[in-house]
Design a protein around this ligand. Structure first.
Ligand code: PLP
Length: 372
């Protein structure tokens, strides 16, 4: 049987990883500035993370959501404290798309309405509702296009106002910082106005923090830089440091009804062991301080050549936007400099390294870029 051939692959086979390093099957070491697409938060094979997962699998790996699981409670308590959302509740699932799907469903249940406002250049995942609110027609099948979604330009509050005035809007969904769309940071005043507009009109504000959350920008959630408090927050990626886990933080104004949301695998013991370990490490190891320090260093020191249009981002979510396509540069960084990087569109190199990236790693990248 062949694999369903939907991914463009680099000819590299990682077999081992530790901290911010990856080794391939030829024994070549790479610096990981991609984190497997913003997933590796506390570093590859962190000792506390490994010990928690090993200890858990020796006890019980899986049962179901029809019995008590104290690990879910422990995660909720710790996450509430770390994120400053103690008064919200937590629904656990398995991925970013699923978290957004659940958030949209919850908003629609709550308001009884069915239209959603999303933003140009957004990415929210590939399941039906999540891809319908993603501004990329090429990944929407005719089946997905049945949802009622309107796209507004980012930072255009009057466009959002006009849509909300029609009276049928259940939710606005927006990323803390747009990732796949090219590291676009919403304006603070826009986010404040959006929060107010949603509140005044009974529209649910959903913050997709799947990529920008879990400390990636140097605050636990990117929206905490703007000083807003959304109704629903979605998470995944960095939450499990590689173990598939997602979650939804839900404001106390939503009433839980038995059976309204559910999943077989969400909140399982191994996922909980992984997520609790990540939360413990982020809480104790000054990870967010590191993100701010190393992130600022990169933003200020990556050499800005003539080919570079702009370097922007927050913490360790950084985009280097070129005036030219970057496919060859990225290949060169990987195969000649042995540095993994990400991409957004044709012209942007995107950095999403483990949050424990050191200043030495950052200096190494700056030197490699200076030689380009
Ligand atoms: N939301 C955002 C902002 C993302 O960046 C992604 C994935 O890149 C998703 C949602 C979808 O997450 P997943 O691939 O875990 O379904």
């Amino acid at each position: 049987m062949n694999l369903f051939d939907v991914y463009s692959l680099y000819d590299v086979t990682p077999v081992e990883a530790k901290g911010c390093s990856i080794w391939d099957d030829q024994g070549i070491e790479y610096l990981d500035l991609y984190g497997g697409h913003a997933v590796i938060s506390v570093g590859h094979r962190h000792p506390h993370y490994i010990a928690s997962l090993k200890e858990q699998i020796d006890k019980i790996g899986f049962y179901s959501n029809s019995v008590k699981n104290p690990l879910q409670e422990e995660l909720a308590q710790k996450l509430g404290r770390l994120s400053c959302y103690d008064d919200y509740s937590l629904f656990l699932d398995n991925s970013g798309a699923e978290s957004n799907e659940n958030a949209l469903k919850l908003a629609s249940f709550h308001t009884g309405k069915d239209r959603v406002i999303a933003f140009e250049k957004s990415f929210h995942g590939r399941t039906s509702g999540a891809v319908a609110v993603t501004a990329n027609e090429s990944i929407q099948s005719p089946f997905n296009k049945g949802h009622k979604v309107s796209f507004c330009p980012l930072n255009d509050i009057s466009a959002v106002e006009k849509e909300i005035a029609k009276g049928d809007v259940a939710a606005v969904i927006i990323e803390g910082i747009q990732g796949c769309g090219g590291i676009n940071i919403p304006q603070v005043e826009f986010m404040h106005s959006l929060e107010t507009l949603c509140k005044q009109n009974g529209v649910v504000l959903i913050l997709d923090e799947v990529q920008s959350g879990f400390g990636r920008t140097g605050r636990f959630f990117a929206h905490q830089w703007y000083g807003i408090r959304p109704d629903i927050i979605t998470m995944a990626k960095g939450m499990g440091n590689g173990f598939p886990v997602g979650g939804v933080l839900i404001s106390p104004k939503f009433k839980a009804v038995k059976g309204m949301l559910g999943t077989t695998f969400g909140g399982n013991y191994l996922a909980m062991a992984a997520a609790i370990a990540v939360v413990d490490i982020i809480s104790e190891a000054k990870v967010m301080e590191n993100v701010q320090q190393v992130g600022n260093y990169l933003l200020n020191n990556i050499p800005k050549t003539n080919e570079i249009k702009e370097i922007r981002g927050k913490g360790l979510m950084i985009g280097i936007e070129y005036n030219v396509p970057i496919a060859e540069k990225r290949k060169h960084l990987l195969f000649d400099k042995h540095i993994f990087t990400g991409v957004a569109g044709q012209n942007m190199i995107r950095l999403l390294p483990p949050l424990v990236l050191t200043m030495e790693h950052a200096e190494h990248f700056v030197e490699a870029m200076a030689e380009e």
